[in-house]
Structure formats: C-alpha cells, structure tokens
Design a protein around this ligand. Structure first.
Ligand SMILES: *[C@@H]1O[C@H](CO)[C@@H](O)[C@H](O)[C@H]1NC(C)=O
Ligand SMILES: *[C@@H]1O[C@H](CO)[C@@H](O)[C@H](O)[C@H]1NC(C)=O
Ligand SMILES: *[C@@H]1O[C@H](CO)[C@@H](O)[C@H](O)[C@H]1NC(C)=O
Ligand SMILES: *[C@@H]1O[C@H](CO)[C@@H](O)[C@H](O)[C@H]1NC(C)=O
Ligand SMILES: *[C@@H]1O[C@H](CO)[C@@H](O)[C@H](O)[C@H]1NC(C)=O
Length: 426
C-alpha cells in the first residue's frame, strides 16, 4: 500500500518533470527563434544599423524610450540619395506659405500646440536635426531587414471610386483599408488639415493604424505618394505610442520610399520636430480634443514639396521633386483620413486593429476622430475647401467615414474610424 502510494507520487513527479521539460524546451525554441530571426545575419544587422544611424553631435535620451541623435544638417540621410549628391539644402520656402490661406485656426480650446515627448529631455543645437536612433531590437522585430521602415507592399489593388459623373481609380495597397475624404481630378499643388490625435488599439505587432493626408499622382499600381500624419506602428517604432510620421514612395511602395528618414529622400531642416517622435497628449472620449496641423505645398522655384507644421508655421523639411516621377509637378488625388494595415486584412476573423479613435464616424464630436478644415491649394495659389470631395470607405462595416456639420451653416468635419472586428465585420 505504502509502496504503491510512493510509486504514484513518483509517477506524478515524473509527469510534472516531463511537462516542465517540455515547457522549458519549447520556450528555449521560442527564445532561440526571437534572438536570431535572420540566422547567420548578425553582421548584417550591425551593418544595417551603421547605415541607418548617422554620426551625431549630441544625443538625447527621451523618457518615452527613444534615443534622439542630433545629426549635422549637412550629413543627414537624404544626402545619401544618388540623385541628391550635389543637392544644396533649402532653408525656407521661396514664398510665404501663409499667403492665400483663409482657413481659421481651431479657436475652441480643443487645440494645443504640437507637442512631442522628447523635448522634455533636451533639444538639438543649431545646425543639426533630430533623428530617432534605430536600435537592434527594432530591426529584429521587423518582418525583414531589407524592408525595415518600408511598407510591406507588393501588390496594389484597384478600387474604383465614383465622384459625380467621373470614375477614378484609387490604388489601395494590398492588405490595407482606408476611410478617407477624397478629392480628385484637378491639379493640386498643396494640401493641409488639422488632424485629431488619438491612440487607437493595434492588435498585432505587424499591423498599423494611421490618420493622415495623402497626395498622389500616377497609375494606380505604380504611383507616387506623399503621406503624413500620426501613426501607431509597433513594427517600426517598437511600441504602441501615437507618433508623427511622414512617408513617400515613387512606385506604390513596391521598392522605393519609407517612413520618416529611414531611407534617403526627405530633407529635414527643422531642429525641433522629430519625425517618428511621440505626440502628446492624445484626445480623450468625451474629453479634451487635441490635433496636429500639417501642410504640404509645392515650391516651384525650389522644385521641392515643403512639409509645414501650420499651427506654428514651422518648416519641417521637404521632398525634392527629383525623387518623384508623377509628383514631380502636381498631385491629382488628395485624401484625408485613416489607413489600417494588416497582413491578415480581408480575412476572417478580421483584425481588431482600430482606426481613428476606434469609434465609428457616426459617434461624432469627442468620440470619433476627425479632420478639420481639409484644404487644397490649386494654381490660384489660395487654399480652398476640396470640392467636389466624397467619403471613400471600402470596408464601411469595419471603418466608416462621414462628413458631418453640427449646424447647417458651419463647415463639416470629416469623421472617420472604427473598431475593425465587430458583429458586422467578423
Ligand atoms: C554632381 O556634380 C558633379 C560635378 O559637377 C557631376 O559630375 C555629377 O554628375 C553631379 N551629380 C548629379 C547627381 O547631379
Ligand atoms: C476647454 O477647457 C476647459 C477646461 O480644461 C474644459 O472644461 C472645456 O470643456 C474645454 N472645452 C472644449 C470645447 O474642449
Ligand atoms: C499595372 O497594371 C496594368 C494593368 O492592370 C498592367 O498592364 C501593368 O503592367 C501594371 N504595372 C505595374 C508596374 O505593375
Ligand atoms: C519585439 O521583440 C521582443 C523580444 O525580442 C518582444 O518582447 C516584443 O514584444 C516585440 N515587439 C515589439 C513591438 O517590440
Ligand atoms: C524613385 O526612387 C528611387 C529610390 O529613391 C530612385 O532611385 C529613382 O530614381 C526614383 N525614380 C524617379 C523616376 O524619380
């Protein structure tokens, strides 16, 4: 009796031991996999880091975890671009960008100046620009070393978009969906808006969610695009904070272009704004609303597209037109709204990555994310409400969009967003 009890105890111990062994070995496999996702490519990771991170004059440790390097203006990544070898840096536009702007700043206290967390820990000296340092763990978490900082895009799908009597082809990158206000069919040489700032849920590390402005030109599967706004993107930034971002491509994201300064292209001139930097605070449901105000405008004398923070009229930097083919002159489509990317887009179950505030557009003020005073600039050199323009919401059960005015004679806000997966978006 005693003996068999003893035996049973031993068997139990044995089972527990085996289970523990199994857990240990399986977690060893996981650990091994994570620490070496590109077998034998440790050297390549080091080389990529040396390529991405420029020598700096000063470096700042931000309380949000970022390290910011202040890099000599004349040694910035853009100047590695083969077409910018002899580029002479423009310090300010050849015209006053406030000319022809009749939009009114947000007057209610739902606006705060553009604020970024890193500025609490220091600032960059004159003659330098702040660049977010890429760390080893950022690269190890990327889907591939080669595509770090780029969009994971190879296929572009065409969605036809009907506006009045015309049909426009809008290219949507594969695995993306959008809810946006679109205008098309004229020549646009600038665009701006105030973008309400939120921190939506991003379900998986390889997904992202944005609120942004797009300027596009070119055939849907090989187009040029300039994009800017805020983003939650764990695979690039290693966390789920809301960050300022810019993006460009000259081939629909197939091989060129990237976020922020992660590949040569965009020339930054401002020392106070960090591309990829955390924006704070974000808006609260039924509470204070915050926004960022951004603008892109073509400078024909300098042959560049300037990016401007319009609240404080700060020139952040520019895209030289030389890096584009179709956007070399003008944009023909401008969009304002949200974009969600997931490698599992349009599959069941749908991603639960949210857009905007994560509420649907119909929830309106202080519950849904909005675009305030979308404006385009045309050859008249004045800013105008984009007319005609319409909501483009290809997956309306997951993410919606609505142009809505509180009262009859006020200009509508464009509300957009949604939770992703829900009863009607399974
Ligand atoms: C840069 O300048 C050099 C010398 O003037 C010239 O040979 C070269 O073609 C230029 N490169 C570009 C990309 O313009
Ligand atoms: C303005 O701020 C005050 C105090 O913070 C707040 O009570 C009020 O609701 C705010 N108004 C708007 C429109 O957000
Ligand atoms: C774009 O699409 C057209 C028609 O679908 C096709 O003929 C063309 O080869 C595509 N171009 C690129 C660069 O993929
Ligand atoms: C990145 O990888 C680390 C482990 O290497 C993991 O803890 C983390 O959750 C991953 N994701 C992000 C977004 O950093
Ligand atoms: C597109 O971008 C790539 C990479 O920056 C560049 O090599 C190429 O020349 C650009 N194409 C055009 C037409 O500007």
């Amino acid at each position: 009796m005693l003996l068999s009890n003893f035996m049973i105890t031993r068997v139990k111990e044995m089972v527990i031991f085996l289970v523990l062994l199994y857990i240990a070995s399986s977690s060893a496999v996981v650990v091994g996999k994570q620490s070496n996702p590109f077998p034998g490519e440790e050297l390549q990771v080091e080389a990529k880091l040396r390529l991405l991170n420029k020598p700096f004059v000063k470096s700042i440790q931000s309380e949000d975890g970022d390290i910011i390097d202040c890099v000599d203006l004349y040694k910035q990544p853009a100047l590695d671009h083969p077409l910018l070898k002899n580029h002479s840096i423009r310090i300010s536009p050849s015209f006053d960008p406030t000319n022809g702007d009749s939009s009114t700043p947000l007057i209610l206290n739902y606006s705060l100046p553009f604020s970024q967390v890193w500025r609490r820990s220091g600032s960059c000296p004159d003659g330098t620009i702040p660049i977010r340092r890429v760390l080893k763990h950022h690269l190890l978490n990327a889907s591939s070393l080669e595509r770090y900082g780029k969009k994971n895009t190879n296929v572009i799908t065409k969605r036809d978009f009907r506006m009045l009597e015309h049909t426009f082809a809008v290219g949507i990158e594969n695995y993306h969906t959008a809810a946006a206000l679109i205008t098309a069919g004229y020549s646009y040489i600038g665009a701006k808006a105030d973008i309400n700032v939120w921190n939506p849920r991003v379900e998986a590390d390889d997904e992202y969610s944005t609120a942004q402005i797009w300027l596009r030109n070119g055939p849907f599967n090989n187009s040029d695009s300039i994009e800017f706004g805020w983003i939650v993107n764990p695979s690039v930034y290693g966390d789920r904070q809301t960050r300022l971002f810019i993006y460009w491509t000259n081939d629909s994201g197939k091989s060129t272009g990237c976020f922020d300064l992660l590949c040569p292209g965009f020339v930054q001139v401002n020392k106070d704004i960090l591309l990829g930097g955390t924006i704070y605070p974000t808006s609260a449901f039924h509470g204070q609303q915050y926004h960022i105000s951004l603008e892109v405008v073509r400078d024909f004398d300098q042959n560049v597209w300037w990016l401007i923070s319009s609240t404080d009229n700060i020139m952040i930097g520019y895209w030289p037109c030389d890096i584009f083919s179709y956007l070399y002159n003008i944009a023909v489509i401008v969009e304002w709204g949200g974009d969600v990317y997931s490698p599992r887009m349009h599959q069941e179950p749908h991603t639960a990555t949210a857009m905007g505030s994560s509420n649907f557009a119909s929830d309106h003020w202080s519950f849904a994310c909005f675009i305030h005073q979308p404006r385009i600039k045309d050859y008249s050199m004045t800013y105008k409400y984009p007319y005609p323009s319409f909501p483009f919401t290809p997956d309306v059960n997951c993410y919606s969009g609505e142009n809505y005015a509180e009262t009859l004679f006020t200009e509508p806000l464009f509300y957009f967003g949604g939770p992703g997966r829900n009863l009607y978006c399974p």
